[in-house]
Design a protein around this ligand. Structure first.
Ligand code: ADP
Ligand code: MG
Length: 600
């Protein structure tokens, strides 16, 4: 008996849909790309409930004939390639003929389309993977797709959709990746009744400005144009001046009109900035490659953003050179190299980088690190010392029920010897040798944990600012920012809406000392919120503590006396994580007696 049979089309399409359509943003991407391929000069996107309820994309492109409108929903139905050769000369966005079939397999779809030369259009309605209407209609020139009840028949997908905020953010991200490449097309994005973006036809620089905000970051003046025409292809676009680099920056690569991620070319750009940036700063860039399609791997999955180039090494040098040149030409490169003396060394990266675990701090709410007592005899203290002491020779012992009977690593008689070395390091003796503490980083750690503790205890008082500051956001940033308001208020920000996508900040957490860069801190927190979905409150607390500690623990020039050193070291070792700063830099080192003895 034969047991192999072909899957019904509806099932096959639903399986294929899993690859192409992962979330509302994927639908928007596919429909916008089709509209662009159809030569539209105006494209309107409307979403309801972040696309969960409805997505509509309306274009004024060339439309479809009655037959094509029906065929468009068949798998592998495409007007864009007819044979395999075309694959290598492709410049349109889509070509696999999968998108509409996939969408129709997981949602209800209404299509209205009319070609410019015909008076009457076509209406097609698909529900539960069946065509339930196919009839002539009166409609505008161009095409309108309405996609409803996405994933109605794929509960697993529907369940795994994130919050509306997150899905909306994905949508704006896909939208941005497309509109940046087609500045001559008029785009609109509406979410419910809100007009999130209205981007009239313009040029690339104006488009970047319109998308990423004119007022808040004044992006137009921050950009320098780049341009390289070579036999391997052309590179054009804009890069940010180093002084406007931020912790998280807008960084976009496009190849032949398609957004791509390219870590290798990213390094090429970063190399051009060489030492113009601080370790945790990133420059903005919008870089467009125009390459013969035969030179890049087109056989890529439609949702993948990684792309393989034939001549990556050569393009690397072209890219680095043209970015360097642009930075030089506008005289933004410093004439002499930065003096790295005295700068914080050992960068370990960005505390909020997505691939890095921010250190978790567990606080003992009972413990007040600033009540200076003989605190180093407490368990906390001993534990900290113990783990420090035993590294790296013996593994940290497992916690036992019994309080540890370990002796403290030093006793007070021994610790009378303290010394502040070149205002940068604090030295003291411990049982096993010489303890060296990085002073500024120790401050940062102590402040960080103190602030975090106060935030978690909801003890954060607010202090009024002398003059209210106005925070102006782009509409898409506001989508992320608005839900943070209650948390920010709980943190001590006195902040209220001030018109559309703007806020007036009348007070800040009392912990923020001397002339805090309020807008900078809020922007950094916004970026942090963008990068972390879920557990926002914890992340926010950590982000705020980090920002405030960092801006307050400036380098100290005053020499410390022994009376000041001892409490500081005690406070440090009362911290949960005395060994590293919140962003992972080393705070303490021990030069062991053995090490010392060996030198003599
Ligand atoms: P692909 O874009 O890979 O060809 P799709 O499933 O996205 O596959 O679309 C199938 C076909 O439907 C396209 O090749 C095009 O001919 C037609 N089509 C889709 N959207 C539009 C539109 N907005 N305007 C005109 N034609 C369209
Ligand atoms: Mg397509």
């Amino acid at each position: 008996m034969d047991i192999i049979h072909l899957l019904p089309d509806a099932v096959a399409n639903q399986i294929a849909a899993g690859e192409v359509i992962q979330r509302p943003a994927s639908v928007i991407k596919e429909l916008m790309e089709n509209a662009i391929d159809a030569g539209a000069t105006k494209i309107q996107v409307v979403v309801k409930n972040a696309g969960r309820t409805a997505i509509q994309v309306i274009d004024n492109g060339k439309g479809m004939s009655e037959t094509d409108a029906r065929l468009a929903f068949e798998r592998h139905a495409t007007s864009k390639i007819t044979d395999a050769h075309d694959l290598f000369a492709l410049r349109t966005m889509g070509f696999r003929g999968e998108a509409l079939a996939s969408i129709a397999a997981v949602a209800d779809v209404e299509l209205r389309t009319r070609q410019p030369n015909s008076d009457i259009g076509t209406f097609i309605e698909i529900a539960a993977s069946k065509i339930i209407a196919h009839e002539p209609t009166v409609c505008a020139e161009g095409t309108s797709f309405l996609v409803k009840n996405l994933f109605y028949n794929v509960p697993a997908r529907r369940k795994f959709l994130k919050s509306d905020d997150t899905e909306m953010r994905q949508i704006t991200q896909e939208f941005q990746r497309i509109v940046l490449v087609y500045p001559h097309i008029h785009f609109e994005l509406r979410s419910g009744d809100d007009l999130v973006y209205d981007l009239p036809a313009s040029n690339t620089r104006q488009r970047i400005t319109a998308v990423f905000g004119k007022k808040t970051r004044n992006i137009a003046q921050q950009l320098v144009q780049i341009e390289a025409k070579t036999t391997l292809g052309n590179i054009s676009g804009f890069v940010g001046k180093p002084e406007f680099a931020m912790r998280t920056a807008n960084q976009f690569f496009f190849v032949n009109g398609r957004y791509m991620r390219h870590p290798y070319f990213h390094k090429a750009v970063m190399q051009a900035y060489d030492r113009m940036l601080q370790p945790d700063e990133n420059p903005a860039y919008f870089i467009f490659f125009d390459i013969d399609p035969a030179e890049i791997d087109v056989n890529i999955h439609p949702t993948k953003t990684e792309i393989k180039f034939e001549n990556e090494r050569d393009l690397w040098s072209i890219l680095t050179t043209c970015v360097k040149e642009a930075l030089g030409k506008f005289n933004v490169a410093p004439a002499i190299d930065f003096d790295t003396e005295g700068l914080i060394d050992m960068p370990v990266g960005n505390v909020h980088a997505t691939d890095m675990q921010p250190p978790k701090v567990e606080l003992n709410p009972q413990y007040n690190p600033f009540a200076h007592t003989a605190a180093h005899h407490t368990t906390t203290h001993t534990d900290a010392w113990q783990s420090l002491y035993e590294q790296p020779h013996t593994p940290t012992p497992l916690p036992t029920e019994q309080p540890p009977t370990m002796q403290p690593l030093f006793d007070d008689t021994e610790r009378t010897a303290t010394f502040c070395y070149k205002n940068k390091y604090l030295l003291t003796t411990v049982k096993s040798g010489l303890l060296v503490v990085h002073r500024q980083r120790a401050y940062q750690r102590i402040l960080y944990e103190r602030i975090l503790h106060q935030l978690e205890m909801q003890q954060s008082a607010s202090q009024r600012t002398l003059f209210p500051e106005i925070l102006e956001l782009t509409p898409d940033d506001n989508i992320v920012f608005a839900p943070l308001l209650p948390d920010l208020q709980a943190l001590g920000f006195d902040i209220e809406p001030f018109g559309k996508a703007a806020y007036s900040i009348n007070g800040v957490p009392a912990l923020m000392t001397d002339e805090p860069d309020i807008l900078g801190v809020l922007h950094n927190m916004l970026y942090c919120a963008k990068e972390h979905d879920g557990n926002l409150r914890g992340e926010l607390y950590e982000a705020l503590a980090y920002e405030v500690a960092k801006s307050s623990a400036k380098s100290q020039s005053k020499t410390m006396t022994a009376d000041e050193i001892t409490p500081l070291i005690d406070q440090l070792f009362a911290c949960r994580q005395p060994n590293t700063t919140p962003d992972g830099k080393t705070i303490v080192a021990i030069i062991s007696d053995d090490d010392l003895d060996r030198r003599f």
